[in-house]
Design a protein around this ligand. Structure first.
Ligand code: CIR
Length: 253
């Protein structure tokens, strides 16, 4: 799949008030904005037309737009985010997607965070997590199966979301943390396993034949350099402090 568009949202000055389990301290708002600008610049350099929304301080986690929608070639599914404080973020995203895809919605009591959903061609991995519940997975599966896609639900593992640990890096290949190295539900995929002390690098982002990696994970970089993939690196330390990273900062389609 080639992406032509992306949606992002600049971090609000109160982004440090968002949800986090990390213990790296508070993010520096100015540094966060600078890292966000670099990120958008990379997406644009990969030929994506990027719509960047203004921040809304009502939603300190609002820059993590990926959680609000799941977009496939056939449909845009507006999620019902799993964290109560994030419900409503999706309202600003829906009109931007409505011009591109038919819209479907996850409804209560279902909840889905886009960070738990990995689209790999016709196959979709759905992570069951503290944010994506069984009912949300059931609704999403119904919507996507009607579009001819196959869905596999699996436990999201130790990360906040499934894509904290597993991401597509082109064709049928996944970059996975050690936790998923033997996972039977992933047996249909080729797996590249990253070192245990670099798990955060599992949140790398494939865009149009390139993989964007978080800066600062040399052992993973070495593994990736062995593969025939062009790598770009960028610093996302301030987003990591809020449990976020490369995938969650945009919706690609
Ligand atoms: C949250 O806890 O919801 C945000 N602080 C981080 C969301 C990161 N999203 C993602 O990985 N898809």
């Amino acid at each position: 799949m080639t992406f032509t568009h992306a949606i992002a949202r600049r971090p609000a000055m109160n982004a440090g008030d968002g949800l986090t389990s990390a213990s790296f301290g508070a993010p520096d708002p100015e540094r966060m904005l600078a890292q966000h600008r670099d990120y958008i610049g990379i997406l644009e350099s990969l030929d994506l037309q990027v719509t960047v929304l203004d921040p809304d301080e009502k939603f300190p986690d609002g820059c993590f737009v990926e959680d609000t929608a799941v977009v496939t070639p056939e449909v845009a599914v507006i999620t019902r985010p799993g964290a109560a404080s994030r419900r409503g973020e999706e309202a600003a995203i829906e009109p931007l997607l409505a011009g591109h895809r038919p819209i479907a919605r996850i409804v209560a009591p279902g909840s889905v965070d886009g960070g738990d959903i990995l689209v790999m061609g016709e196959q979709v991995l759905i992570g069951l997590s503290t944010r994506t519940n069984e009912e949300g997975a059931r609704q999403l599966t119904g919507i996507l199966q009607a579009c001819g896609m196959q869905c596999i639900s699996l436990a999201a593992g130790d990360g906040l979301h499934l894509k904290s640990s597993i991401n597509g890096i082109g064709d049928n290949r996944l970059l996975v943390t050690q936790e998923f190295s033997e996972c039977a539900q992933l047996s249909g995929f080729e797996r590249v396993v990253i070192p245990a002390d670099e798990s955060y690098a599992g949140n790398s982002l494939w865009v149009n034949g390139r993989v964007i990696m978080p800066a600062g994970f040399p052992a993973t970089r070495e593994i990736m350099d062995e593969l025939d993939i062009e790598i770009l690196e960028t610093q996302v330390s301030e987003f990591r402090k809020m449990d976020g990273g490369l995938t969650c900062l945009s919706i690609r389609f």
